[in-house]
Design a protein around this ligand. Structure first.
Ligand code: HEM
Length: 224
């Protein structure tokens, strides 16, 4: 096990802002959904949709190690990785490990489904339409009912996935001694000598893609 001696910037600012912003928005969405603060609930839903769309674009055009093709390995590699969970070894990762990579995809897919279905959902038992998402009246009642049911169901899977995500990060710290939270906060990770720094994309590109994602969400809601 080689000692970590080199401090390397692995997470760019857009990924870190995306991550911590997402946590705040998800908490806000759950709280406002439970308390019936609908204006806040819709606003946080639009913001989540924008952030997830941005992260998908960033996963194709952004920093080298934030790209899906970089960190998505075969499912077999992910299972092998999980099999090594009990082994204490040195952390050499400059991106998500194979299991973590798949968890990222699961989280993004669940968040996208949750926010998208909310646009068409209505919130009343019996679907009386007194309270509804911005596009609920643009689809048939049956479609709105199905998407309302999906909106209610997916939140449970989302909570489960978030729980597993946080548990995995804690286990990596406790069992393997891998510190993953600090790099997501500061961007930097302590790695063994010889680790190669990933190529990070520019903040300007990130801002452009964020504006593009926001515009796509706005236009979709306005003109659907
Ligand atoms: C609402 C709750 C959460 C959601 C939806 C969420 C979602 C995500 C997503 C989508 C990523 C991938 C980031 C990217 O590549 O852009 C990620 C990574 C990560 N998250 Fe979270 N997260 C949540 C809560 C947390 C919490 C509470 C912590 C810390 C205790 C945390 C720590 C991390 C870390 C350390 C990574 C990077 C893991 C790695 O190195 O592979 N997350 N999270």
């Amino acid at each position: 096990m080689s000692a970590p001696t080199t401090r390397i910037r692995i997470w760019d600012r857009p990924v870190r802002l995306f991550h911590w912003g997402l946590i705040l928005l998800v908490a806000l969405s759950f709280a406002s959904g439970k308390s019936g603060a609908w204006t806040l609930h819709y606003a946080s839903g639009y913001a989540i949709l924008t952030l997830v769309l941005f992260r998908i674009l960033w996963g194709f055009l952004g920093s080298e190690n934030a790209r899906f093709l970089h960190f998505l390995k075969s499912p077999l590699a992910a299972f092998r990785q999980l099999g090594r969970l009990t082994k204490r070894d040195s952390d050499t990762e400059t991106s998500h490990n194979p299991a973590g990579g798949w968890m990222v995809v699961v989280l993004l897919a669940l968040l996208l489904t949750q926010a998208f279905s909310g646009l068409f959902a209505n919130h009343d038992p019996g679907f009386s339409y007194s309270q509804h998402g911005p596009l609920a009246l643009k689809v048939t009642e049956a479609t709105s009912e199905s998407l309302s049911a999906l909106h209610l169901a997916v939140q449970r899977y989302l909570l489960l996935a978030i729980g597993l995500h946080v548990l995995a990060i804690m286990l990596y710290k406790l069992i393997k001694g891998h510190e993953l939270v600090m790099p997501m906060l500061t961007g930097e990770k302590l790695l063994p000598e010889g680790a190669k720094a990933p190529r990070l994309a520019s903040g300007r590109l990130a801002l452009g893609l964020l504006v593009l994602a926001g515009a796509a969400v706005f236009l979709f809601i306005r003109f659907f």
